[in-house]
Design a protein around this ligand. Sequence first.
Ligand code: FAD
Ligand code: A2P
Length: 252
Amino acid sequence: MTEVRHYTDRLFAFRCTRPRSLRFRSGEFVMIGLPGENGRPLLRAYSIASPAWDDELEFYSIKVPDGPLTSRLQHIRPGDAIILRPKPVGTLVHDALLPGRRLWLFATGTGFAPFASLLRDPETWEKYEEVVVTHTCREVAELTYGREIVESLREDPLIGEMVGDRLRYYPTTTREASAKMGRITTLIESGEIFRDLGLPPLDPAVDRAMVCGSLAFNLDIKALLEKAGLREGANSEPREFVVEKAFVGDGV
Ligand code: FAD
Ligand code: A2P
């Protein structure tokens, strides 16, 4: 572990050295964890939040008070070790999308993590003319990690110039007052997001999308994207949008 940053009492991010053997595509996830009480590793899926070129790995994590892993993981400090299974997988990858002009990244909560990786990857800026990233959280403080990533992009020596004015950031909150309130699904249905950004409605000919949040969120966005004529893709069959759960265990 090289760095740990706490954002709220429910959110933190940490960085660790990257094992030389680990190669991944930006947007993928790996299994990480700590030694369990029974001697077996206690592992959970985590999106890699750092881009594929980085020498370090970054993760963005929830703290579940009675969660088997995160009740302990939240106490890690620089110098501590974590277990990492170097078998990256996932569908939030460029290979699973057909070429397009505009990339939409729709996240709630820790679902921003894979997009923190993709936004910092030059490939994203080579493949798309414009990128729109939406992040919806209950409270303003929960947006901080994403906002910092977005703000750091323009100063990034590697991709700052590529990004230029091609990134649109659209943060919203649902349970605390902020500049833009509401579920992103509601803002899409009403057309408010398109009016705010001065963009046309979703069009399968130009728009591509990646979705990462709770199961209920994913299902609702998926329905909206399909209504607009976009089809769900996979590594084996690239199409217009891809979806991944940010966590399991929540009902619809
Ligand atoms: P668990 O027993 O795993 O979870 C307990 C309960 O906490 C769950 O039932 C759920 O209701 C809630 N919960 C778990 N994770 C979250 C979350 N991220 N946000 C909100 N509520 C949650 N978690 C991350 O923090 N960052 C990631 O980048 C991340 N990537 C994931 C990628 C995939 C593909 C999947 C399937 C899960 C991912 N998760 C991520 C969730 C992660 O695997 C664990 O569930 C989480 O770390 C909590 O572990 P735990 O053992 O403390 O509690
Ligand atoms: P809301 O506060 O209206 O439930 P959670 O912490 O429950 O995972 O939610 C994270 C963010 O995602 C919250 O702002 C929440 O809004 C929003 N959200 C949760 N479920 C959905 C959904 N089905 N569609 C759109 N947004 C959702």
